[in-house]
Design a protein around this ligand. Sequence first.
Ligand SMILES: NC(=O)c1ccc[n+]([C@@H]2O[C@H](COP(=O)([O-])OP(=O)(O)OC[C@H]3O[C@@H](n4cnc5c(N)ncnc54)[C@H](O)[C@@H]3O)[C@@H](O)[C@H]2O)c1
Ligand SMILES: O=C(O)C(=O)C[C@@H](O)[C@H](O)[C@H](O)COP(=O)(O)O
Ligand SMILES: [Zn+2]
Length: 366
Amino acid sequence: MSTSAPGRIEVEVAGAQPYRITIAPGLLDDGAALAAQVRGRQALVLSDDTVAPLYAARVAGALRAARPELSLAHFALPAGESSKTLHWFGRAIDALAALGARRDACVLALGGGVVGDLAGFAAACWMRGIDCVQLPTTLLAMVDSSVGGKTAVDLPQGKNLVGAFHPPRAVLADTGVLRTLPPRELRAGLAEVVKYGAIVDAPFLDWLDAHADALLAMDDDALAAAVARSCAHKAAIVERDPFEHGERALLNFGHTFGHAIETEQGYGGLNHGEAVAVGMVLAARLSETLGLSRPEDGERLRALLTRFGLPVALPAGLDAESLLAHMRLDKKAQAGGLRFIVWERAGRARVLSDVPESTVLAALRS
Ligand SMILES: NC(=O)c1ccc[n+]([C@@H]2O[C@H](COP(=O)([O-])OP(=O)(O)OC[C@H]3O[C@@H](n4cnc5c(N)ncnc54)[C@H](O)[C@@H]3O)[C@@H](O)[C@H]2O)c1
Ligand SMILES: O=C(O)C(=O)C[C@@H](O)[C@H](O)[C@H](O)COP(=O)(O)O
Ligand SMILES: [Zn+2]
């Protein structure tokens, strides 16, 4: 992590296709920073119908001022998880075709994780792969989805079942846009922030506890510090294991349960961060049931998530057997059965294979 200018934090992601995450207020107005990432003369700003009216003209104006010759097109999805589908993926591809996008064209993913995942997948598929620059506008997208190159859309059968690994060309996180983020979405992002503490950085949980009020009040310094520390963790993990052959799976802590909840609710109930919050509590409970961790750690995790206003219990009416059926399609599952990310204590998570379904059901029902 480094700072090239006051208030600007940079995190490098090494690997076969290295890129930089830049974190600073005002980046969406920085035509030079945006234009530097667009190699050719064509760009598609892909957004959603909440974010586009707020920020698309700013991005387009800054880019046009820096690169008047650019051919710029816009495409906006309906906001929300229910648009992360093959249908809207197809519409995004249509927008690239209408632009006549060549191999050096660029997709600018301006939005939260839904936009980032779908735009990244469209960029991965168009002509077998064009540049995607991530311009995350939610806390969750800044700390997690914009980094690491997992792109996907959902199916009714399960989350992110169709996708590709396609690292971004760059990530420009303009923390100033968090000012317009609804409180529920701020809290959702905090769930993924807590995840880093849970899996690899116990002192971060202490820091989050100490700065909870500042984070919830959207204090600029506290938010920038949380984004930077989260990105540093994600960058370190994905550069060592870009394709999830090993330790990257730790980033899935709480997700086997969380994704099952989202799928069972038809992508219209808990949002991703909320589902992950419940999922982490269940993963901690599973770890306890298996005798791997102590109840005190689970209690502490629950207390922090509750402090952040996140749900910590399964929504009423969800059937444990139906959730289990969704988990069988989880991407971590193997011939031997379900695999979970469990923890031994705060800051120390690991992968556990062949977890008996009866134990999972017990955790769901407890
Ligand atoms: N690829 C990855 O590694 C990865 C990691 C984590 C999550 N995800 C995916 O990310 C998605 C969740 O992302 P999300 O939580 O950002 O949800 P989202 O993209 O649906 O955004 C949440 C809401 O906030 C609105 N919004 C976005 N930015 C705003 C702003 N600055 N001001 C006002 N409103 C704004 C959006 O229009 C939307 O209504 C899920 O599909 C999840 O699977 C992917
Ligand atoms: O980057 C990763 O790896 C993650 O697992 C990050 C998760 O927060 C994210 O929700 C991811 O999309 C889940 O991936 P999936 O492979 O379980 O669909
Ligand atoms: Zn996630």
